[in-house]
Design a binder for this molecule. Structure first.
Ligand code: PMV
Length: 320
């Protein structure tokens, strides 16, 4: 089907979301501890939607075809679209969605939540209706529950956020940031296994609570201290906290040889701290560097150590 469907006479809706990385607090957040996540506005997810197709039609890099036959990895998006139309009280025929994504899939960068967020925003824009943060969150969570089973909500918030966020038990708030450091995010090239790592840690928590619980609580305390470091511009201490968080997560069997290799490479090339980010056992890691020059040295080292792709993130340049 041609993109001609979008030309028409009708108003088209447009929605944008973005990639994200979790600075600290992944996994422990599932147990009620806090986490800090950063939207990556330079890694964009864009959705456009217009009336005028013969049937609901979906176009993305992963799939082009009728919405009714969306493949399993996109089942959550279909559910979010249905919930969104219900919320809007609309029963259109022949919506045509076009998704353009810079967010890699299954790398812990929030691609599933970002697609849902962009699509929900596009639909509200199409019908020229205001969308508040709580409604957006609830609709993206419809998709996330299907994609991830038992999501904390962190991705749903972070991929649509304007600023770094502190998240705990479904409550989120923007964080004050004074940090001058620069982050490098690197993709191991290995698919992340969030659903599996969350389930495995859950089983371990049940079987060995006295061993696992103190580590979860410790990750929560590291996260709270990281929040202070971000507000007070203390990159050296933040790096130490990231290192300890990685060690705790590795002990909980959330890391992988590829992640450990990239973390070691970053530290060997001058990073202040480095850790896996997101669900683990694949996906991405994040390193903190003092400045842009140090960050490009670390990014080179990560690529030389097998990273598939790297992204550099500094707050001053974030095009929120
Ligand atoms: O793999 P990601 O980036 O979607 O992150 C998952 C974060 C976890 O804390 C492991 C799970 C969750 O639902 O918060």
């Amino acid at each position: 089907m041609e993109r001609e469907h979008l030309k028409p006479l009708f108003h088209a809706g447009h929605g944008v979301a973005c990639g994200k990385f979790i600075l600290i607090g992944e996994h422990s957040v599932v147990y009620g501890e806090p986490a800090i996540a950063m939207p990556l506005h330079s890694v964009r997810m864009s959705a456009r939607v217009a009336h005028g197709a013969p049937e609901h039609w979906f176009e993305s890099e992963l799939y082009q075809g009728p919405l009714a036959r969306l493949p399993a990895p996109l089942a959550g998006v279909k559910a979010a679209i249905e919930a969104c139309l219900e919320e809007l009280g609309e029963r259109p025929e022949g919506l045509h969605f076009i998704i353009e994504s810079e967010v890699p899939t299954e790398r812990g960068m929030g691609s599933s939540a970002a697609v849902a967020g962009a699509v929900v925003r596009a639909l509200f824009d199409l019908y020229r209706r205001p969308l508040d943060r709580d409604t957006l969150f609830a609709l993206v969570q419809v998709s996330e529950r299907i994609a991830h089973g038992n999501p904390s909500g962190l991705d749903a918030v972070a991929t649509s956020a304007a600023a770094p966020i502190h998240f705990q038990r479904g409550e989120f708030r923007d964080l004050p940031i004074a940090l001058t450091g620069v982050f490098v995010i690197a993709d191991t090239g290995v698919k992340g296994g969030t659903r599996q790592t969350v389930a495995d840690l859950g089983a371990r928590f049940a079987a060995e609570r006295s061993e696992v619980e103190p580590r979860i609580l410790r990750l929560g305390r590291l996260t709270e201290e990281a929040r202070v470091c971000l507000a007070d511009d203390r990159p050296a201490r933040l790096g130490e906290l990231m290192n300890e968080a990685h060690a705790q997560l590795a002990t909980l069997d959330i890391s992988s040889p590829e992640l450990d290799r990239l973390v070691e490479a970053a530290l060997a090339h001058g990073a202040l701290g480095a850790k896996l980010t997101g669900g683990g056992r694949g996906g991405c890691m994040v390193a903190l560097c003092t400045d842009a020059e140090a960050a490009s040295v670390v990014a080179e080292a990560l690529l030389a150590s097998g990273a598939r792709q790297t992204w550099i993130h500094r707050f001053e340049e974030d095009p929120a």
